[in-house]
Design a protein around this ligand. Structure first.
Ligand SMILES: Cc1cc2nc3c(=O)[nH]c(=O)nc-3n(C[C@H](O)[C@H](O)[C@H](O)COP(=O)(O)O)c2cc1C
Length: 254
């Protein structure tokens, strides 16, 4: 009998791709799954979110520049008690580089044993033809195989950490610049963008602090009048030219 009784799925997902991939993975475990939405300023979450030893944590993040989102305190509330976790790094068909390794190290520091990692492809917010429709039917057997292997790994006593690719200490590259603007005619000053911005990059006057903004586009997706625009023309052309070939879902488990 599996020692795991339930799944907790903590995710950061401004445009919904990571959340969708995480919930599809959760279905494969065949256990009750509780979603925990961390797409907000970390200070807005409870200071501690405990995960019991007989629960499996699925930590799901989008890849930004080869790492997880650069949000101070992201996922810092999650506390393990020596139980298992898996990292899901969703990416837009370019590459996930160091995202699995960096997140696994953070979770180990917070009391989890990272028994696996998976890197599904999701639509790229800056070039949606990359990863369109994914995860799709072809990906589901891969998710199922990963889930089986993870549940088997959870039976190891003691749990053994999986070797995940990437270098958690690699320097972060600067993100490719994306022009953003707010259409003042459309904007009705409802303030929703200020509230949803996970990086706290917008002030009450709706001015953007470029040092804090991580280009996640949470403002754009939350805006009821479509006032926020991101000019992704240049990055889209680069991505479409170089990274359009379908990538397979890769996974790693102990
Ligand atoms: C600022 C930024 C940086 C990104 N960097 C990468 C990357 O390095 N590699 C990649 O394949 N996709 C990259 N993407 C695409 C995202 O990983 C992809 O769109 C992801 O699904 C977004 O997650 P969400 O739908 O949950 O918001 C990037 C997207 C953004 C907004």
């Amino acid at each position: 009998m599996s020692p795991i009784k339930a799944v907790k799925a903590a995710y950061f997902s401004p445009s919904g791709g990571t959340k969708r991939a995480a919930m599809l993975l959760c279905e494969q475990f065949g256990l009750p799954a509780e979603p925990i939405d961390c797409t907000c300023q970390p200070a807005k979450l409870p200071a501690v979110i405990p995960v019991a030893k007989d629960e499996l944590l699925v930590l799901a993040l989008p890849v930004y520049g080869g790492f997880g989102p650069r949000v101070e305190g992201l996922f810092s509330q999650l506390r393990g008690q020596g139980g298992p976790c898996v990292i899901l790094a969703a990416y837009g068909n370019r590459d996930y580089e160091n995202a699995l390794a960096a997140a696994a190290r953070q979770m180990a520091e917070q009391g989890f044993v990272c028994v696996g990692g998976i890197a599904p492809i999701t639509p790229h917010v800056s070039a949606p033809s990359l990863g369109a429709g994914r995860p799709d039917e072809e990906d589901m057997p891969v998710f199922a195989a990963f889930a089986r292997k993870v549940l088997a790994a959870c039976e190891n006593e003691p749990l053994r950490p999986a070797a995940l690719p990437g270098d958690a200490d690699a320097p972060r590259k600067p993100l490719r610049p994306t022009g953003r603007s707010r259409d003042k005619e459309r904007c009705n000053h409802c303030g929703r963008c200020v509230r949803v911005c996970p990086a706290g990059a917008l002030n009450e006057l709706l001015e953007v602090d470029s040092e804090k903004c991580i280009n996640c586009m949470a403002c754009r997706f939350a805006c009821p009048t479509y006032a926020w625009q991101f000019d992704t023309t240049a990055v889209r052309a680069w991505l479409e030219e170089n990274f359009s070939a379908r990538r397979a879902v890769e996974w790693f488990a102990e």
